[in-house]
Design a protein around this ligand. Structure first.
Ligand code: MG
Length: 303
């Protein structure tokens, strides 16, 4: 067991049951807001190699980089080498697996499980807080309606819960977790809201299955982003950021203060990560975005 994995398990033990005792809804309380931990997806960073992209990451003032899960098991050693001697970390890993956990086709479900296991092992090796997954995109929501036995939704949800029980335990054994991501209604029908993801986690009952929240999707689906973040509470372990047109934060009209204030109130311990496009030159716009986000976080702390 490496040091990253030992620390992960110790941290879990310290917050014994915190994430899954549904009565306790926040991370450990803090007397004042912790500094914001900002990450970006790797694809936004200038650089031909992972080392060059990490150079950009450091130069622009980020704290961490989010990776795609596609091909990640074969990149672990290269990324570990590139991280040596740097303070920046890997925040999370986004998808990159085949199949679908709630496909009516057993082969598709099996592909998802086996691919996800390989990526979870890589997550553990790289110190990622988790593997982000979407239970089903719109085109993948194909479980039949078996009413009056179970509706399409109820059957899909029951299937997902059964799939996640062993997969969550596998994630824990790797020193990481699964992070369920609700998407907006135009991209997914099965899961749109943070509170619904929390309810599914409650049914699964594994500390290895948690939730992430995406400001772009919340802007469409949640009447109150702060309330959604409070609903996520101690189960919330990653955040995606984009402005209302899915460009860099600061390039649209979204007000981040209420959501950031809610993150501060729940003692959110993990990263907020860019998942968006860029208007203009990344070399100029990324550092501006980091500055903008830190200002919004400071305003939230005073709100
Ligand atoms: Mg997202």
């Amino acid at each position: 067991m490496n040091a990253t994995r030992r620390n992960f398990i110790r941290n879990l033990a310290c917050s014994a049951g915190a994430a899954f005792l549904m009565g306790k809804t926040a991370h450990a309380a803090k007397s004042e807001a912790a500094p914001m931990k900002i990450s970006t997806q790797e694809g936004l960073l200038p650089g031909a190699t992972v080392a060059e992209r990490l150079d950009s990451l450091e130069k622009y003032g980020f704290d961490a980089m989010e990776l795609s899960g596609g091909g990640l098991p074969g990149r672990v050693k290269e990324i570990q080498e590139a991280l040596k001697g740097r303070d920046v970390k890997i925040s999370a890993v986004c998808a990159g697996y085949g199949g679908c956990l709630i496909s009516p086709d057993a082969a598709e479900r099996n592909t998802a499980v086996e691919d996800m296991k390989k990526i979870l092992a890589a997550c553990g090796e790289l110190g990622s807080t988790g593997l982000i997954f979407v239970p089903a995109f719109k085109s993948q929501y194909n479980v039949p309606d078996l009413s009056p036995y179970k509706s399409k939704y109820d059957l899909s949800r029951a299937l997902l819960v059964e799939q996640l029980k062993p997969l969550g335990e596998y994630a824990l054994s790797c020193g990481t977790r699964l992070l369920m991501e609700p998407l907006n209604r135009y991209e997914a029908q099965f899961l749109n809201r943070v509170a619904d993801a929390v309810a599914i986690c409650g049914e699964v009952g594994s500390k290895g299955v948690c939730v992430m929240a995406d400001f772009f999707h919340m802007n469409i689906e949640e009447a109150d982003k702060a309330a959604a973040i409070h609903a996520g509470g101690a189960l919330l372990h990653h955040i995606h950021l984009a402005d209302n047109t899915r460009k860099l934060p600061g390039q649209g009209e979204m007000n981040y203060v209420p959501g950031f204030r809610a993150l501060q109130q729940i003692g959110y311990p993990d990263y907020c990560s860019l998942e968006c496009g860029i208007l203009g030159d990344a070399k100029e716009e990324l550092p501006k975005c980091v500055k903008f986000l830190r200002e919004q976080w400071s305003l939230a702390a005073k709100a």
